[in-house]
Design a binder for this molecule. Structure first.
Ligand SMILES: [Zn+2]
Length: 382
């Protein structure tokens, strides 16, 4: 991950800290300065923040390990000043599974909060509990008791209370139904059971953006920069994830047969690169399939490789030396599969095989992009 430092790997998932995490310390010191904290108080305050981020990390592991139960891998966990992100390979398609994965994170903080409260309850002198109860009921009366008896709440106890409160805040905050935050995912999952995923995502994304708008408004009103950033993140996330789900829904309704091009240029494995460069310069095709003497598909020559040979320049090397392993899909495969190979795996062209396993044609990135553009234009017209 760019701009991030790996700190360790646990449960087979690497944990990174994003460089912007450094701002946390700037924020802590700035706050300590303006509040006039002593060195000891500043250290306690820093320790509280670090403990909070440990809880955030455990929250992300909650998502990651729940996802693993459904066979979904987690690429990594990244900690940032506004929270953490467990980058799952994908969200499970089944609404019930998404529900579990989304709620697993906040549930970790519920458990932490309960354990802290139980710990406080069992390990603390009842006098303090009574004092705290009084403080909660009436700060004035509580303070009177403190003055009369002279008891002070110990630092460790105050620390545990603060951490418990922070965990409860984390739960409430994450459960705001602003997709793609956890609460929004829970909302989408529940909605999916009724309406199906594409429609549920559209609604959840819209609701998420409205709530994010309110969050930003609140951030501007209270001068809270981080709140504004968070709101913008939510809007961006809601829009891009909705676009992705709608696109996947669109692609799943077509098969490779709808997009296959049967007319394409064949290049021989033993041709010189000069031939490929000429075809590239004077034709419309950016990527070519490569065949051996017997007409078997043996490789694919992609734009990047041709450009590489042009730059060198290297025109007398045989094409096969610049070719990669060909990607094949079946003509009955959904376009989702073609999209995965081209957009996510970065292949320029895939070879399409018919039911008998013979080469039927190709689909390249330009054709796919064109198809998506056209379909989006058509659906906008409607
Ligand atoms: Zn979460």
């Amino acid at each position: 991950m760019r701009g991030a430092l790996k700190i360790f790997t646990a449960f087979g998932i690497p944990v990174f800290i994003h460089w912007t995490f450094g701002f946390i310390f700037v924020f802590i010191l700035w706050n300590a300065q303006s509040e006039g904290m002593t060195t000891m108080e500043t250290l306690t305050y820093t320790a509280l923040f670090m403990s909070l981020f440990v809880c955030v990390l455990l929250h992300e592991y909650g998502h990651a390990l729940a996802a693993r139960r459904y066979g979904v891998k987690t690429q990594d966990i990244v900690l940032m000043p506004i929270g953490g992100v467990a980058r799952l390979e994908k969200m499970p398609d089944k609404p019930m599974q998404e529900f579990v994965v989304a709620i697993a994170g906040p549930m970790v903080n519920v458990v932490i909060a309960i354990l802290l409260i139980l710990g406080i309850w069992l390990l603390t002198d009842p006098a303090y509990i009574e004092l705290m109860a009084n403080l909660v009921i009436s700060a004035e009366e509580g303070n009177e008791i403190i003055e009369e008896t002279g008891i002070q709440i110990p630092q460790t106890l105050q620390f545990a209370i603060n951490l418990a409160i922070l965990n409860i805040v984390l739960v409430i905050f994450n459960m705001i139904p602003a997709f793609p935050m956890d609460g929004g995912r829970v909302f989408r999952a529940l909605l999916s059971m009724k309406t199906g995923r594409p429609k549920a995502t559209r609604i959840a994304s819209m609701v998420g953006q409205v709530i994010a708008g309110l969050i930003i408004f609140y951030g501007i009103w209270t001068n809270a920069f981080m709140t504004i950033v968070l709101g913008l993140f939510v809007i961006y996330g809601a829009r891009s994830e909705n676009a992705m789900v709608q696109l996947e829904d669109l692609l799943s309704r077509y098969t490779t047969r709808d997009l296959v091009r049967t007319q394409f240029t064949r290049i021989n494995a033993n041709d010189w690169m000069m031939t490929a460069i000429e075809l590239f310069r004077h034709g419309l095709e950016r990527h070519f399939l490569v065949f051996d003497m017997d007409g078997n598909l043996v490789g694919v020559l992609e734009e990047e490789s041709i450009l590489h040979a042009m730059k060198k320049p290297d025109v007398t090397t045989e094409v096969i030396n610049y070719a990669h392993r060909p990607q094949t899909v079946l003509i009955s495969d959904s376009l989702t599969e073609v999209h995965r190979r081209i957009r996510y795996e970065g292949h320029g062209v895939v070879a399409v095989l018919n039911e008998e396993g013979n080469l039927a044609g190709v689909v390249d990135e330009a054709a796919l992009a064109n198809f998506i553009r056209l379909e989006e234009w058509m659906s906008a017209k409607r």
